[in-house]
Design a protein around this ligand. Structure first.
Ligand code: ZN
Length: 132
């Protein structure tokens, strides 16, 4: 695609929820537009799409100021996922929720009391969701 058209298209387009790429309007079908999933991603196997969504969900819990009991219940389900990456991520966030459900001072507490967990956050990339 011509760069100029591509740039304009992106300006008018959306970010795809699955691949996180800014995509022009033409990259979405009618239904895809509504749910912000581009055509390419819409043709991925259901499992792959779900895995991306679950991963996003788990990263989302790390961004929250507090991981609630309801979130913990959900994470417990996800920790039993057949997808090893999802199961691992959910397991790590579950542990975090047990040690420090509140985001405030979480990394400090973990650095002092749970180096191992802090390292897991680092290795999985979850620490990025926590932010500063
Ligand atoms: Zn996409």
């Amino acid at each position: 695609m011509d760069r100029e058209i591509e740039r304009k298209g992106i300006l008018m387009g959306h970010y795809c929820r699955i691949c996180s790429r800014p995509r022009p309007n033409e990259a979405f079908s009618g239904r895809g537009h509504k749910i912000h999933v581009c055509k390419e991603c819409a043709s991925l196997p259901q499992e792959e799409r779900e895995a991306v969504e679950r991963e996003e969900e788990i990263f989302g819990y790390m961004c929250q100021s507090h991981i609630s009991d309801k979130n913990v219940a959900r994470l417990t389900v996800l920790a039993g996922s057949g997808n090893p990456r999802i199961a691992e991520l959910a397991g790590v966030v579950l542990e975090v929720a047990r040690v420090r459900p509140y985001k405030r001072r979480r990394l400090k507490v973990l650095a002092r009391e749970r180096r191992d967990l802090l390292e897991k956050l680092d290795r999985t990339g979850l620490i990025l969701a926590h932010g500063g």
